[in-house]
Design a protein around this ligand. Structure first.
Ligand SMILES: Cc1cc2nc3c(=O)[nH]c(=O)nc-3n(C[C@H](O)[C@H](O)[C@H](O)COP(=O)(O)OP(=O)(O)OC[C@H]3O[C@@H](n4cnc5c(N)ncnc54)[C@H](O)[C@@H]3O)c2cc1C
Length: 143
């Protein structure tokens, strides 16, 4: 598959933020291209993050489940000197970010966005022509 000749929305960075934005843009009917300088399966965070549950509702992203959800409000233990505090019901989830990024990238694909890896935007002008990809776009003019 070749790269799109013209796009309405070029999103640089296929981590959580970029993949979610590309999904929203494609769902809104924009011809959307999401690029990352890294291979797509290495884009974005690759570790376990603590993320508040409400973030998903605010971003209109389905709540994590399955292997993506490493911990569901596990108690936090704080130890200082002789003291020990346990915090429960804090609303924070432990997430496998690699799996979350993969899901958000798939959401973007399903919405109709084109995803391209090893493709870096460089320079100061917001021009697609400034992006350097392993594959070359047939034409490179943003609209
Ligand atoms: C060790 C660590 C622990 C963390 N723990 C937590 C936590 O517990 N909870 C929490 O909420 N947050 C945590 N964070 C922060 C969280 O991971 C980031 O806020 C989040 O990953 C940001 O997502 P992003 O999509 O904006 O950017 P990133 O995940 O950084 O993704 C940016 C993507 O853009 C690509 N890119 C960059 N420049 C270009 C370019 N010029 N051209 C093409 N591609 C480009 C990169 O390759 C990358 O894939 C942690 C961060 C670190 C480093």
């Amino acid at each position: 598959m070749s790269l799109p000749e013209r796009v309405d929305l070029l999103v640089v960075g296929a981590g959580t933020a970029g993949a979610a934005v590309a999904s929203l843009g494609a769902r809104a009917g924009l011809r959307t291209l999401l690029i990352d300088r890294a291979p797509l399966d290495r884009a974005g965070a690759q570790w376990i993050n603590a993320v508040p549950r409400w973030c998903f509702d605010d971003a209109r992203i389905a709540q994590p489940r399955g292997a993506e959800l490493v911990g569901d409000e596990v108690p936090y233990h704080f130890v200082a000197g002789e003291g020990h505090v346990v915090v429960r019901d804090h609303g924070v989830l432990e997430l496998d970010m690699h799996l979350l990024v993969a899901r958000l990238q798939q959401d973007a694909r399903d919405a109709g966005a084109t995803l391209e890896e090893r493709c870096a935007r460089s320079g100061s002008r917001a021009a697609w022509s400034a992006a350097r990809c392993a594959r070359t776009a047939a034409s490179s003019s943003p609209t």
